[in-house]
Design a binder for this molecule. Structure first.
Ligand SMILES: [Zn+2]
Length: 503
């Protein structure tokens, strides 16, 4: 296979320093990869958009220095931008709201009809081409769900359809990249949804056909028949899990490898996404490298993982990635990162108790705690996988503490309720050090602050209980515990009709 690559999602709050990237590239090359894509969005210091360059974003000089070092060794470094959808990091920056398609609030897309947006996208691509010297420039183009939204675009959609709007944005952009001597690449999903748009794309465009729930055979075959080069793209299933769905990842990679061979694709690009919101790259890199071995050398999955991460890591990865998800309906492979969503992403850890108390307080919870102990054996004290283990453990314990707090509250024992909440908060607090460690190793700077928000909310709920306990009656009205713990709770708003509950 000509192309064996993976994408590093720098866009999702990562701040990798040059030495972190250098080590990652070295290991990638060793594993058998011959390309790495830096997925950038707003996390690159674009000269044309200095207002978007947040602290710790990737610098052009870093790219140049790594390219000079790794290109001669056979590793390509490819820029993966986005130029229409997934532009929220720009739109939600001071200076970027003007670019939004439709109302800026909630918009993820820039407007493909406005000249200033077209110029803006080309500015980003120009800056990337100045720093990266690979032949390929990935222009993104995925998940542009807002096509036809603003009044101008709506008018155009009536005449030429959403496919027409997409074509008239990306067709000329791809042509322009070709004129600059580079080869444009696009994600395949919108071309599957709007096959007419394919007609507008120059045949040199490389289509990255991604499917994370199944293989890419049908669409990859169609793209090939239309005369396009294709790269098949599975995912490492971290973004949708508490840590990583391991067997799901392996199956997804194998399906893409098989399809790529069958349809004559250029190769496979293993995508990795997010690795923030209480996950991190160091804990999952051996899985990514093991996929490289699988693709490049046909290695056995387990042997490849032992080779890349060691015995203790491979055992712990199997527990976290297979055995725990098999033990809990809530954490089952194929669900959508429910633990992190309810615990962290919604910024109200009581969500986790509402969604998971039955399992976490029962036998499944006991088994998860036991599996966490087993997973930890022989792992170094500061091993990055320990955070994923601790996240599971703390989550179960937190739900149990909240259950205790609720029971105390129902029994009108305000002090007992506050003590149970404090014990739960103490467990969550323990996640702080490893979150800081993950940031120092190139991860999310926002995650430690998310933890602070969780603790602040628990402190606020504790205060509410404490206020109530002063006048807690032997009988008579108390807000339901579920109402009391929801962030917008307002005392004396008994019905929580408009202001006192989550919508
Ligand atoms: Zn528009």
């Amino acid at each position: 296979m000509e192309f064996i690559g993976w994408t590093y999602d720098i866009a999702r709050e990562q701040s990798p320093r040059e030495e972190v990237l250098r080590e990652t590239l070295r290991r990638s090359l060793e594993a058998g990869y011959n390309a790495i894509g830096f997925y950038l969005e707003h996390r690159f210091a674009y000269a044309s958009a200095p207002w978007a360059a947040g602290q710790g974003c990737l610098e052009p000089e870093t790219v140049k220095s790594l390219t000079a070092e790794f290109n001669p060794q056979g590793l390509r470094i490819i820029p993966f931008l986005n130029t229409l959808g997934h532009m929220e990091g720009f739109i939600r920056s001071e200076g970027g709201r003007r670019l939004a398609e439709g109302p800026a609030e909630g918009s993820l897309q820039i407007c493909p009809s406005r000249e200033e947006c077209i110029k803006f996208a080309r500015g980003l691509v120009t800056d990337a081409m100045d720093a990266f010297d690979d032949e390929w420039v990935h222009l993104g183009g995925d998940e542009t769900t807002q096509l036809g939204q603003c009044p101008v675009c709506a008018g155009r959609a009536e005449k030429i359809g959403k496919a027409g709007i997409y074509s008239e944005f990306f067709g000329p952009l791809c042509e322009w990249v070709l004129q600059k001597g580079r080869r444009p690449c696009l994600w395949g999903d919108m071309l599957i949804e709007h096959p007419e748009a394919l007609e507008a794309m120059p045949k040199e465009t490389v289509i990255f056909d991604w499917h994370y729930a199944h293989g890419p055979r049908a669409s990859a075959q169609t793209f090939r028949e239309k005369g396009f080069d294709v790269v098949c793209c599975p995912a490492v299933h971290t973004y949708d899990s508490a840590w990583c769905f391991l067997d799901l990842t392996r199956r997804n990679v194998d399906e893409h490898l098989q399809a790529a061979n069958d349809v004559g694709a250029l190769g496979v690009c293993v995508t990795t996404w997010e690795l923030s919101f209480f996950t991190n790259y160091p804990s999952v890199l051996p899985v990514i490298y093991s996929a490289g071995r699988r693709l490049a050398k046909g290695d056995d999955w387990n042997e490849a993982l032992v080779e890349e991460g060691g015995d203790a890591y491979a055992r712990a990865a199997d527990i976290l990635g297979n055995r725990i998800p098999a033990r809990s309906e809530f954490l089952r492979a194929g669900t959508w990162r429910q633990l992190r969503d309810r615990f962290v992403i919604r910024q109200d850890p009581f969500h986790l108790w509402r969604a998971w108390s039955e399992e976490a307080c029962g036998e499944a919870g006991d088994e998860i705690l036991r599996l966490c102990d087993e997973a930890e054996q022989d792992l170094d004290e500061r091993h990055p996988l320990r955070f994923a283990i601790d996240l599971h453990r703390v989550a179960v314990q937190w739900v149990r503490h909240v259950e205790e707090a609720r029971n105390r509250y129902a029994a009108r024992d305000g002090v007992g309720c506050c003590k149970a909440l404090a014990a739960g908060a103490e467990g969550i607090h323990r996640l702080g050090d490893p979150l800081l460690q993950a940031w120092e190793e190139g991860g999310s700077r926002a995650d430690p602050l998310r933890l602070v928000r969780l603790l602040q909310h628990i402190a606020e709920v504790t205060r509410r209980v404490s206020d109530l306990s002063r006048e807690m009656p032997e009988a008579g009205h108390l807000p339901a515990f579920e109402t009391l713990t929801s962030p917008p709770f307002v005392p004396y708003d008994q019905a929580a009709w408009r202001t006192g509950r989550d919508t």
